[in-house]
Design a protein around this ligand. Sequence first.
Ligand SMILES: [Zn+2]
Length: 271
Amino acid sequence: MVGNDSQILAPGERPAVEVIHPGGTGPVVLSCEHASAAIPAALDGLGLAEADRLSHAVWDPGALALAVAISERMGAPLVASRVSRLVYDCNRPPSSPGAMPERSEVVEVPGNVGLNDEQRAARVCEIYRPFQAALSGVLDRHGGALVTVHSFTPLWHGEPRATEIGLLHDSDDRLALAMMDNWTGPLKAELNAPYSATDGVTHTLREHAVSRGRLNVMIEVRNDLLADAEKVSLAAEQLCGALSLSLAALATEGEEGCAPASAALPTGEGA
Ligand SMILES: [Zn+2]
């Protein structure tokens, strides 16, 4: 125990979430659920092997830098987790096995094996709920579209991934499709790659944007394309260009009364 009201986060480690540019009035709200590799001291590194400590299993390398760059360019509020996805994955509901995984790809997570109900509840209360509350608070004040920012590994189970940038959607595909239409190189964008909603990766979109009828998209960038500030800047520039053009096009459509019918909700729960 690290405090009377906390089992996980010590006073110096709180809060579990930060809001960057909270007063931003740009056209989008950004969310970065896998922004941090921090594991609270009370969890003793989750028993991870040293080699795994800063791996993609723990966080999305480069995602926070990209989200901050987009936030600065677009004047957008950014809600970012300050705790590793292995402590609690804020892009998963508490019922998902992936919320506190015992294993992630090839990485064993001893500190997540055999968690009891009280330990699971503490992670939900101290990590997931504050993140949800912060994002809801920003979206309630701000009428913009929701954009979630992630990165993925160049290799998956040893196989190289050719995808550079993925634009993913849940049941509302308007913004993702508009961005594909408005995309210009040099980086290449693909729709619903390397994952899609059927892999269970659109929890935040569904919970916070689909439920509010807001435009939304999940951005996935291969993390070797975010390896330094120059690369981050290039990816941010292309993403902001496509976002701005797409939001303008969709606003025009809306004024003309051409809002599309909503598609069926995808099902499934996976990676
Ligand atoms: Zn991620």
